[in-house]
Ligand binder design. Structure first.
Ligand code: MTE
Ligand code: MO
Length: 359
């Protein structure tokens, strides 16, 4: 058993802070990822938060500052459930590392993502009580964990635009997959911002600050920004990441594996991010000349990925299976992974390809 009640087959990159990804087989099991298989991304140690003593402060550009207990939060606002995919901006970084090393960043495969049903209250309802002032444009979230990736250590934090924060799908969540939120996933309360990079879904939430400007702390002003290939990370350098870019990967068969010749099922996930949805997934066996359309599986609602499947006929020998997803804005995935390389290794959304040998 890995730590924090996780399955033993999670791929652990770091023990402290704990960072582990879901193996492809576990992602393939169901559209909703089991909690004991759900990936964990932590920039600091899991803080010890006592739910009975926990308070949520809401301050900044508001008419009324709030200081809420957990029971007030649960009783004063309407409970909601949203099924949403979380995806780390570093998901699939391994493909970029293979081109050129990215020191200091975990070489995540396709499992720094997962889908869960989240229970909580809408941030919008809490903001309505606080009353954002006319100059408010962004909503910042501050976690209780201190990250020593930077000196002096900083709490993990970030912001989203006020327009997004006012949407009903943005939750202050205490439940995950029908059970109380686990400590490693942000208990007692985390933010869930569907459609945005995982880094905006702040765990161990302690404070909400309504602001005129985006968050200026390390995890939004320096990290989680997309630099040009030869760029240097620094305050304000590169573009801030927010909405998730269209992405997909193959979950079965195993890359580099051997399968019986003949009919072979190919499965995977595709996630559109933002307010887009997955419109189509194509599979090619000849490097992208001929494509067949995969079947999209369970529709888990507007904030979740789509699993997909198709059956291909494999003659004995080596095969490369190439996939491209399309979203509702008619965007498809970039062809060339090499063109996506960036110094921090974010947003590898290139078309996935796997090799299998049929015998
Ligand atoms: N307080 C806090 N919130 C956080 C983080 C963190 O390190 N501290 N990591 C973020 C990142 S980068 C991601 S991808 C998601 C991961 O959520 P999970 O660990 O529940 O899968 O949490 C986000 N929220
Ligand atoms: Mo992340």
């Amino acid at each position: 058993m890995a730590r924090y009640g996780k399955r033993a087959d999670l791929i652990v990159y770091e023990e402290e802070p704990f960072n582990a990804e879901t193996p492809r087989v576990a992602l393939a099991e169901a559209g909703v990822t089991a909690t004991d298989a759900f990936y964990v991304r932590g920039h600091g140690p899991v803080p010890d938060v006592d739910p009975a003593a926990w308070r949520l402060k809401v301050d900044g550009l508001v008419e009324r500052e709030l200081d809420l207990s957990l029971s007030t939060l649960r009783e004063a606002f309407r409970e909601r459930e949203v099924t949403a995919t979380l995806q780390c901006a570093g998901n699939r970084r391994a493909g970029l590392v293979a081109i050129r090393d990215i020191p200091g960043e975990a070489p995540w495969g396709p499992g720094a993502t997962g889908t869960a049903s989240w229970t909580g209250v809408s941030l919008a309802d809490v903001l309505a009580l606080a009353g954002p002032l006319p100059e408010a444009e962004h909503v910042g979230f501050v976690g209780a964990d201190l990250s020593e990736e930077i000196a002096p250590a900083e709490p993990f934090a970030g912001s989203v635009p006020l327009d997004k924060a006012r949407r009903p799908e943005v939750l202050l969540a205490w439940g995950m997959n029908g059970a109380p939120l686990e400590p490693v996933h942000g208990a007692p309360v985390r933010v869930v911002v569907p459609g945005y990079i995982g880094a905006r879904s702040i765990k161990w939430l302690e404070r909400i600050e309504v602001r005129a400007e985006p968050w200026r702390g390390h995890f939004q002003h320096v990290a989680y920004r997309l630099l040009p290939e030869h760029g240097t990370p620094g305050p304000g350098a590169g573009m801030p990441l927010g909405l998730v870019a269209l992405n997909a990967d193959v979950l079965a068969p195993e890359d580099g594996g051997t399968v019986p010749a003949g009919a072979t099922e190919v499965r995977g996930y595709a996630f559109a991010g933002g307010e887009r949805h997955v419109a189509r997934v194509d599979v090619s066996l000849d490097g992208g000349t001929a494509w067949t359309q995969a079947e999209l599986l369970d529709d888990l609602g507007p904030w979740a990925w789509r699993h997909w499947r198709t059956t291909v006929d494999l003659s004995p020998g080596e095969h490369e299976i190439l996939v491209r997803a399309w979203d509702s804005s008619a965007a498809t995935q970039p062809e060339d992974e090499a063109a996506l390389w960036n110094p921090k290794g974010y947003v590898n959304n290139a078309r996935p390809r796997i090799r299998v040998r049929a015998v």
